[in-house]
Design a protein around this ligand. Structure first.
Ligand code: BTN
Length: 325
């Protein structure tokens, strides 16, 4: 099939890590003629790939186009499962919705749904998530962990750590985490994470981790009401960031941390989370569905629950709330 050939050609470049691969090597790897390879390479060029061709050496990939299709993400992706299956759409209502459907259809663990734009992006606490075209990362990842239902929130904290690390790896910026999973730069939100579960009784069928990262928006790309509270990596660093490179790094970090978590439990993740936490030791206001609690953030429990100590010394476990620092 045409798309299989394309995927294998991309694989061949990916395996070469930026070195030259000869037309014959690609043809042998893919199992097609050199003419077919040449035709596909021309098509890749038309799609915006920059490929260098040198006689007697072959081809080498210089850069992929700036969007986040499966090809862009898979070239150079250093994971074994996360992002190996990609469902890409230019425009969707919400990647969470598609990921939930794919999870029901038995999609493999590590499958991601990614879109250039979301028209009805979902945030926490039934809010909307602003997801304009070509500027951010709007992605949902399907996990199938064999853990008890009540431990699932730990995966949200794990995702926050993996994204924070990826931002540090790819930019000069250091984000902070506001409980449970908002990533802030200079106090403004750059990333939100939404975790949804599919479960029967105490058995988790799947966990869908939705990650929204504001990457290349200019201030004027945000609606007025968000301009004081949201930011992007571009606004903070002054540099335009490759979304595909950041996605690859997020997937790499997530996969690594997820394996650590499955082998050694939540403690190593908790330590990392605490190292990024902005809220610990500070006075916070937690607005839950029932009440508002003001208190000092003592830390998080092994289930990822925030502990707030009020003026009377009473410690309140906070499971879900809007936090103001
Ligand atoms: C939050 O409110 O902080 C969570 C925002 C989560 C947004 C992401 S973008 C990708 C995925 N699809 C959605 O509709 N929402 C999540």
């Amino acid at each position: 099939m045409q798309s299989d050939v394309r995927k294998k050609i991309i694989d061949a470049f990916s395996n070469a890590f930026g070195s030259f691969v000869s037309g014959q090597e690609i043809a042998d790897y893919v199992g097609c003629s050199r003419t077919a390879v040449w035709k596909h390479i021309e098509e890749l060029r038309n799609e915006g790939y920059v490929l260098e061709a040198i006689r007697n050496k072959g081809y080498r990939i210089i850069s992929a186009p700036g969007n986040v299709t499966s090809n862009e993400i898979q070239i150079g992706l250093q994971t074994t499962a996360f992002g190996q299956n990609i469902h890409y759409e230019e425009s969707v209502d919400s990647t969470q919705k598609i990921a939930n459907r794919l999870a029901n259809e038995d999609a493999a663990e590590g499958t991601i749904v990614i879109a250039e734009e979301q028209t009805l992006g979902k945030g926490r606490l039934s809010r909307n998530w602003h997801s304009p075209k070509f500027t951010g990362i709007w992605m949902s990842l399907i996990l199938r962990p064999n853990i008890p239902f009540h431990e699932a929130p730990q995966l949200t904290l794990l995702a926050a750590v993996a994204v924070a690390q990826a931002i540090e790896d790819v930019t000069e910026l250091t984000p902070e985490i506001k409980w449970p999973n908002d990533l802030l730069i200079k106090g403004k939100k750059v990333t939100g994470i939404l975790t949804e579960l599919q479960a029967e009784s105490d058995r988790i069928h799947s966990v869908i981790i939705g990650i929204g990262v504001n990457v290349n928006q200019k201030l004027s790309d945000f609606p007025k009401e968000l301009q004081d509270i949201a930011t992007s990596l571009f606004i903070e660093s002054g540099v335009s960031i490759s979304r595909a490179a950041l996605i690859q790094q997020i997937l790499r970090n997530m996969e690594k941390l997820y394996h650590t978590y499955l082998q050694h439990g939540f403690s190593p993740v908790k330590l990392l989370w605490e190292s990024y936490a902005v809220s610990l030791g500070k006075e916070l206001k937690a607005t839950t569905v029932n009440e508002t609690i003001i208190g000092k953030a003592l830390g998080i429990t092994d289930s990822g629950v925030l502990l707030l100590e009020d003026k009377t010394g009473k410690v309140h476990p906070i499971y879900s709330a809007d936090i103001t620092i």
